[in-house]
Ligand binder design. Structure first.
Ligand SMILES: [Zn+2]
Length: 228
């Protein structure tokens, strides 16, 4: 390597520096919501062909930009001192399946409770389910950190922005980190309501094409607000 190339490498800024700062802040915010206990959650955000992802084995409440790692779309680490989250494949698959830039995975307690008891998809006990594009599916169990789990989640996210992972947790995707954190909180709230409703007996469900109609109404209102 020439002296010039070496000097350039030494002074080159770390890639995705602003994104890593935003990611660390979002991780701490997610921890503050209580939906991602201890180290049981990870977040990522894509910019172009690179993905910033929270480091493995780090408490989300103590996440710093330095503990966030940058990988390429094949999962190869290109920056960051620590190791990337063990669920890097899951994040890359969720992003690729949906086109979303931000991915949040957690072991949120109510979502994980339902992921340990239900199969197929969540019963639609509340119209807010439309925010996920339809009834949230429960991806069949695969061991953590594996390509098989990433594939299972990829299938469950077809036309959806959230999924439960059997005997594991939950994952959501969104265009931005802030929206992804918000969506994880919404999914956990919905799982708690579903859990309560199931405890009381047989919940009355929203059926037929009503959820699609709710989604269309919601989008119309949102566009109306944007035009105002
Ligand atoms: Zn996990």
């Amino acid at each position: 390597m020439s002296d010039i190339a070496r000097a350039r490498e030494q002074t080159a800024p770390e890639p995705l520096t602003p994104a890593r700062a935003a990611l660390a802040a979002a991780a701490r915010e997610l921890a503050a919501t209580g939906v991602a206990p201890s180290t049981a959650g990870n977040l990522s955000v894509r910019e172009g062909d690179l993905v910033a992802i929270t480091g493995g084995g780090v408490q989300l409440s103590a996440m710093t930009p330095e503990r966030c790692v940058v990988v390429d779309l094949d999962g190869e680490q290109v920056a960051g001192a620590g190791r990337p989250s063990s669920e890097t494949q899951l994040h890359l698959a969720a992003g690729a399946a949906t086109g979303a830039a931000a991915v949040v995975h957690s072991h949120a307690p109510f979502a994980t409770t339902l992921a340990a008891t239900l199969s197929g998809e969540l019963p639609v006990v509340h119209y807010s389910m439309h925010a996920f594009g339809g009834p949230v599916r429960i991806a069949p169990y695969e061991r953590f950190g594996t390509g098989a789990l990433a594939e299972s989640v990829r299938a469950a996210l077809q036309d959806r922005s959230g999924a439960l992972m059997a005997n594991h947790g939950a994952v959501v995707v969104a265009p931005t980190l802030a929206e992804a954190v918000e969506k994880m909180v919404l999914l956990e709230w919905m799982c708690e309501v579903t859990w309560r409703a199931l405890l009381l007996g047989s919940p009355r469900l929203i059926e037929g094409d009503e959820l699609d109609a709710v989604g269309a109404r919601s989008r119309a209102l949102r566009y109306g607000r944007a035009d105002a």
